[in-house]
Write a protein that binds this ligand. Structure first.
Ligand SMILES: Cc1cc2nc3c(=O)[nH]c(=O)nc-3n(C[C@H](O)[C@H](O)[C@H](O)COP(=O)(O)OP(=O)(O)OC[C@H]3O[C@@H](n4cnc5c(N)ncnc54)[C@H](O)[C@@H]3O)c2cc1C
Length: 403
């Protein structure tokens, strides 16, 4: 177990100063991810799956290291890590492909504050203990970036609701046992407002329509899921009628920063692997590292990684210092936008440095080249991040956002 974040302690490190405890945490997670990396190719060639006993061993290591539910409050049994510490963990997790790093599971951190006692007992606390797992059903065929365009409905029915809608890309549905469903209220005083519900996946009326294949090779699927007259008691509505959008925004802010962090880890791994390869690989009688074209490619990647890392670390520190939440929002968008686009460029350059090997599925650059693409799409596309950033720029000015 790692000590709680400490303020005013001696800072160590020459590149980015952090407490000794944080440095130790970073190194311990790095060592754990180094244990996962050798299983990547096996996972890649088996649909992202690993033998159950291996997965179980990885879960035990996560528990031993105190990395379960690091984003959840200590009072509920979570890790209570600072945002900065979570970024350090997620950065290391990002160094491994096939979502092997998702064994470090982070439940819905927006939930405890708004959950009823029943919801805490049935869903939140068992999820923190690792006994349950959630998935999200928000996006629809006709509503992705524009969440307000969702057609899913929640209709009052006696002391509960009936839910209807078809949701797309429901990540981890095959591993989860409950789902957060967002719909619009049909009728009543709050007609048209969004509401969020938590439901067990064995509730009658929930069915998988189809499970499409995606570019990455993950054990976590993203099926299209239909909700057909699904009856839920009012106690499974989270917060008040009309609160639904607020929860989504809070989760987006958190997840955007963690995507940025994972992109840092991916870029670091790619630069390390591509550099090692370039120093070994001979062409025209010398290592290709000797050619300026290769050097410049790696130099650009390293420079962009450092810029993205400083942005991401600084954004996390600002959140821990409780700066204005709107500034946090804009900075999380900037970190996600820059880090995800940076990692995409780094992966593309790494494939080029590996040459033909970089196009083989046993090669790390090939896997990351595919996997990192979605980081510019999910939790808000790059265009949506730019729209958020521009909106905040107009309202708050350059100094507030970057000063
Ligand atoms: C692998 C994967 C997993 C996912 N997991 C989940 C999940 O678990 N739960 C869930 O609910 N959703 C999930 N999603 C959905 C994801 O959040 C959406 O795909 C994403 O928000 C984009 O929506 P869309 O695909 O409908 O694209 P659209 O919104 O249709 O966008 C299409 C294009 O138009 C651009 N665009 C849209 N609006 C604007 C604008 N105002 N200005 C400029 N350009 C614009 C977009 O940037 C994009 O380039 C997942 C998606 C993927 C690919």
């Amino acid at each position: 177990m790692f000590p709680a974040p400490s303020r005013g302690v001696r800072l160590v490190g020459t590149t980015y100063p952090m407490s000794e405890a944080d440095r130790e945490l970073q190194q311990a997670v790095r060592a754990f991810v180094d244990e996962l990396i050798p299983h990547e190719v096996e996972a890649e060639l088996h649909g992202g799956e690993l033998p159950p006993e291996l997965l179980e061993a990885h879960r035990r290591r996560v528990a031993e290291l105190g990395l379960e539910a690091i984003n959840m409050p200590k009072e509920l049994g979570g890790g209570g890590f600072s945002t900065f510490q979570q970024v350090l963990v997620q950065e290391q997790v990002g160094r491994v492909t096939n979502a092997l790093g998702w064994v470090v599971h982070t439940p819905a951190s927006w939930l405890p504050e708004v959950a009823s006692q029943e919801q805490l007992d049935r869903w939140v606390i068992p999820t923190i203990r690792g006994e349950r797992r959630e998935c999200y059903a928000i996006t629809e065929e006709g509503a992705g970036s524009d969440v307000d365009a969702i057609q899913a409905t929640a209709t009052r029915d006696g002391d509960g609701y009936r839910l209807n809608g078809v949701k797309w890309h429901v990540t981890s549905f095959n591993e989860a046992d409950h789902v957060f469903f967002q719909g619009k209220l049909a009728g009543g005083a709050n007609a048209g407002a969004h509401a969020m519900f938590v439901l067990d996946l064995d509730t009658p009326g929930i069915r998988v329509v189809r499970t499409p294949a995606y570019a990455h090779t993950y054990p976590y699927h993203h099926p299209v899921v239909a909700f057909e007259d699904v009856r839920v008691p009012a106690g499974q509505r989270i917060g008040a009628e009309g609160d639904g959008m607020a929860f989504a925004y809070e989760w987006f802010r958190y997840e955007r920063l963690m995507i940025a962090a994972r992109c840092l880890g991916a870029a670091e791994r790619l630069i390390e692997e591509a550099t090692a390869f370039a120093k070994e690989r001979q062409a025209y009688g010398q290592p290709i590292f000797g050619y300026q074209a290769i050097q410049f490619s790696l130099a650009d990647s390293l420079t962009e990684l450092w810029a993205a890392r400083l942005m991401t670390y600084q954004t996390a520190s600002g959140i821990d210092a409780e700066i204005d939440v709107k500034v946090q929002h804009a900075q999380c968008s900037m970190a996600k936008l820059y880090a995800s686009e940076m990692a995409g460029r780094v992966a593309d350059r790494a494939v080029q440095i590996f040459g033909g090997r970089g196009y083989m599925r046993e090669n790390v650059a090939e896997r990351f080249y595919r996997e990192l693409r979605v980081d510019r799409i999910w939790e808000g596309t790059s265009e949506i991040q730019r729209a958020i950033i521009a909106d905040q720029l107009a309202k708050r000015g350059v100094g507030r956002l970057t000063g």
